[in-house]
Design a protein around this ligand. Structure first.
Ligand SMILES: O=C[C@H](O)COP(=O)(O)O
Length: 234
């Protein structure tokens, strides 16, 4: 399992990078679960990480605005993100999801076909009235994306495991792999979730709170990143 770690600024990005993250993920929690950060922050992080890891950047918890989303995705790609992540937040139908992901993918891949698009659903989709993440793999594959992800939409400390059990997360993983996509699982994951995550077998796990000592409003701690890297390699 690769480790995607979500710093909010350059200083935290350096800590995540030094600690051994596989992907350094730039986001802005003040603007939501997959809140977008500023282009200059993405650029700063890219420069600070200096090629040691790929950079990912979130473009927001989106509603059905394919034009706005594709322009944001293009901006994140130009700013240096290798992975461009969109959250399908206020998306109610499969057609809306398909169009949103298709346009984002076109915006990114026309610019640089090596960049990867990550389409994220939410494990707590029922409480935010979004579509089930289990619908995403086939839609994202048809739309040309590379990775499907699940995260929590509301960051109130409730974990993805409170909304989707091991069997559902395994189904999500198998569906993604069956469609030729990579998948990622995130959402207030804890160290004690690692054994079950190993069983589920996602390609990537995404964390912030876990490496901030349990409270994602605190800063990322290098020793916790190192501990996570060591436990994932054990
Ligand atoms: O992409 C990963 C998220 O930032 C996870 O954050 P969290 O572990 O605090 O829920």
């Amino acid at each position: 399992m690769k480790l995607l770690i979500s710093p909010i600024n350059k200083e935290e990005a350096i800590i995540a990078s030094r600690g051994g993250a596989d992907i350094v993920d730039v986001k802005n929690p003040k603007e939501g679960s997959l809140g977008a950060n500023f282009p200059w922050v993405i650029r700063d992080v890219k420069e600070a990480v200096n090629g040691r890891q790929p950079i990912s950047a979130t473009i927001g918890d989106f509603n059905y605005k394919p034009g706005t989303a594709s322009l944001a995705a293009f901006g994140a790609a130009v700013a240096g993100a290798d992975y461009i992540k969109v959250g399908l937040y206020d998306i109610q139908t499969e057609d809306q999801a398909f169009e949103l992901i298709t346009k984002i993918t076109k915006a990114v891949k026309d610019y640089d076909s090596t960049k990867k698009v990550v389409a994220s659903g939410y494990s707590d989709y029922k409480r935010i009235n979004s579509i089930s993440p289990l619908l995403l793999p086939s839609i994202a594959a048809k739309a040309g994306a590379d990775v499907v992800m699940v995260d929590t939409g509301i960051k109130d400390g409730k974990s993805t495991f409170e909304f989707m059990d091991e069997e559902e997360l395994k189904r999500f993983t198998d569906l993604a792999h069956g469609c030729g996509l990579e998948n990622a699982i995130a959402g207030s994951l804890k160290f004690e979730d690692l054994p079950v995550l190993e069983k589920i077998g996602p390609d990537i796990i995404g964390v912030r709170g876990m490496v901030c000592g349990g409270d994602r409003t605190n800063a990322i701690r290098q020793e916790l990143v190192e501990k996570l890297v060591a436990e994932c390699q054990a």
